[in-house]
Design a protein around this ligand. Structure first.
Ligand SMILES: Cc1cc2nc3c(=O)[nH]c(=O)nc-3n(C[C@H](O)[C@H](O)[C@H](O)COP(=O)(O)OP(=O)(O)OC[C@H]3O[C@@H](n4cnc5c(N)ncnc54)[C@H](O)[C@@H]3O)c2cc1C
Length: 406
């Protein structure tokens, strides 16, 4: 076992880090204040190969592994800890990859090169108001109108990226989870689609959205998505009819794997703010770091962070082992991906809270931007690709045994 990054992985990390220092670091605060990711940044990210990181070269991507994608995602989050750019990136890496695995050739050729070039984006539209965790209970319906098309109607909520997609020159949409049969059959009547909201620069009719007001990661928007009899060609079906549930779960596994990595980046940034502060802040004639009540806490967090980073790398490595090397099982990918999101998101939040306290009163004002990273990480504790208890359920099923926990 080798705990060093390979020379290629080190080179990638250094290149992404250098890119982020130049392009992301000077802009992340402004992006979070304005609530908008400028076109220039999207273009620069595409120029650095980021949105196409896991997309194969055949479709214009970098064909990177998930470990490489995680290394790059961690850097993006470290240099832009309000996470908007890192989240946009991780969604492309995970759901773009699922489209590549299971989408029709026409859809792949149309959409993937545009994601890689920064002209389109893909998100995930799964959650519905009656309960996001229970994906098998979705009500959004897709009905076949003829051999070639479907009519989709329903409402999704807390769907990220609508305005990002709207601003893309070509467009994009979401990996959408829909009901295509008797709801009583739960996960056995679910089919996945790519629902485009904008295509060839033109808005698709009958899709509208109403934004929620986010209190963090403000460069992104998250909305209620209303879909009213939208005609969708069968080429945008992803995977078999009524076989969409398992594919969607694969996408969540990969997204959680990537979330672990970006939460490590966010936690590292928060930790560095703490280290800087405790070395320089003098209280009662000594630096804060001289008090063990402070230094021991940071020692604990440094230990936890090291463990979280290894777990996030292991999750990405497990995904690569399954998808690239054809070894291991999907259950391994699901379990370690869930563990990684669980551990890394809550650690980033815990470190964030402590760093706020260490900063004293100054932490309570917007001028000290720590709260932006703290709240951004919090989105991954309460929801966004699986709330905490759902991740625990996945892990419990694997470690205790499905038959004992249900
Ligand atoms: C910032 C943000 C961005 C998001 N972006 C997207 C997006 O792009 N696309 C999308 O589709 N969704 C998105 N979501 C929604 C997210 O996926 C859901 O919030 C999440 O799946 C949980 O669903 P819910 O909020 O309806 O909570 P519920 O499912 O109602 O769960 C509420 C609570 O109950 C717990 N719980 C649920 N089931 C169980 C159980 N069986 N046992 C024990 N406890 C349980 C949960 O852990 C949670 O604490 C986003 C959410 C946030 C906060």
């Amino acid at each position: 076992m080798d705990f060093q990054l390979s020379p290629e992985q080190t080179l990638l990390r250094d290149k992404v880090s250098e890119f982020c220092k130049r392009v992301i670091e000077p802009r992340w605060l402004e992006i979070d204040e304005k609530g908008e990711i400028g076109r220039e940044v999207v273009e620069k990210m595409a120029g650095a190969g980021l949105p196409g990181m896991t997309i194969s070269m055949e479709y214009g991507g970098q064909e990177g592994s998930f470990l490489e994608a995680a290394i790059a995602g961690e850097e993006l989050a470290y240099h832009g800890p309000a996470l908007s750019l890192a989240v946009m990136y991780l969604i492309q890496c995970s759901w773009g990859y699922i489209l590549q695995l299971y989408g029709s050739e026409d859809a792949r050729r149309e959409i993937l090169p545009r994601i890689a070039s920064g002209d389109a984006a893909i998100g995930i539209a799964s959650t519905e108001a009656h309960g996001g965790s229970d994906v098998a209970s979705v009500k959004c319906r897709a009905v076949k109108t003829d051999d070639r098309s479907w009519s989709i109607s329903g409402e999704k909520t807390m769907v990220s990226l609508p305005t990002v997609i709207e601003r893309m020159p070509w467009g994009g949409g979401w990996f959408l989870i829909a009901r295509t049969g008797d709801p009583a059959l739960k996960h056995r009547t679910i089919t996945d689609f790519v629902l485009l909201m904008k295509k060839n620069g033109k808005k698709v009719e009958n899709i509208s959205y109403t934004p929620w007001t986010e209190f963090a990661r403000k460069g992104l928007d998250t909305s209620v998505l209303t879909i009213d009899n939208v005609l969708v060609d069968d080429v945008y079906r992803v995977g078999p009819v009524n076989g969409g549930f398992k594919i969607a779960m694969e996408g969540f596994n990969l997204a959680r794997t990537m979330i672990g990595a970006i939460c490590v980046g966010c936690a590292r940034w928060l930790m560095d703010r703490a280290l800087e502060w405790v070395r320089t802040r003098q209280v009662f004639g000594k630096p804060l770091s001289a008090y063990q009540g402070v230094s021991f806490k940071l020692a604990d967090f440094a230990t936890e962070l090291e463990a979280a980073k290894l777990l996030s790398y292991k999750a990405a490595w497990t995904a690569d082992r399954y998808y690239r090397d054809k070894q291991g099982t999907l259950a391994d990918v699901a379990k370690i991906g869930a563990m990684s999101k669980l551990k890394c998101a809550s650690l980033a939040v815990d470190i964030g809270e402590e760093v706020m306290k260490i900063h004293g009163g100054a932490a309570y004002f917007k001028e000290t931007p720590i709260f932006r990273a703290w709240l951004a990480a919090f989105s991954y504790v309460v929801g966004a690709e699986g709330a905490e208890n759902i991740l625990k359920l996945i892990v419990a099923r694997e470690v205790i045994g499905k038959e004992y926990v249900e």
